[in-house]
Design a protein around this ligand. Structure first.
Ligand SMILES: [Zn+2]
Length: 116
């Protein structure tokens, strides 16, 4: 067990390769979201090995490849609201707002973007 809210298996690469490293700072962001909204957080995609990242069209320098990024959905909460909370309270390195999910990562420096 990784944390009371999250199992390590939820972070594992979807290809079945077993890559399931979870960055401690990333986990803090997800726990903060879970507690602030008091709602389940689904991790659509966290760890990705090189080949899986390529298969899903991830960028070459994707933080998903080092276990430092997660695409999340918070039950009953719009991605815009998740972004707003994270940006103002946790100030993560990377924050991407998409129509159906939120990307958050623990890069150093700040990147903010909107996707499809
Ligand atoms: Zn994999």
């Amino acid at each position: 067990m990784l944390h009371k809210y999250f199992n390590r298996s939820e972070f594992a690469c979807k290809c079945g390769c077993g890559f399931d490293v979870v960055d401690a700072e990333l986990l803090q962001f997800l726990v903060a979201v879970r507690e602030h909204f008091n709602a389940p957080v689904t991790i659509n995609s966290a760890c990705r090995c090189e080949s899986h990242n390529r298969r899903v069209g991830g960028s070459t320098g994707s933080l998903h490849k080092s276990g430092r990024a997660a695409d999340i959905v918070v039950a009953g909460v719009e991605p815009a609201d998740v972004v707003h909370f994270l940006d103002n309270v946790m100030s993560p390195g990377g924050l991407g707002e998409y129509s159906t999910f939120t990307h958050v990562d623990s890069r150093s420096g700040a990147a903010r973007w909107c996707g499809e």
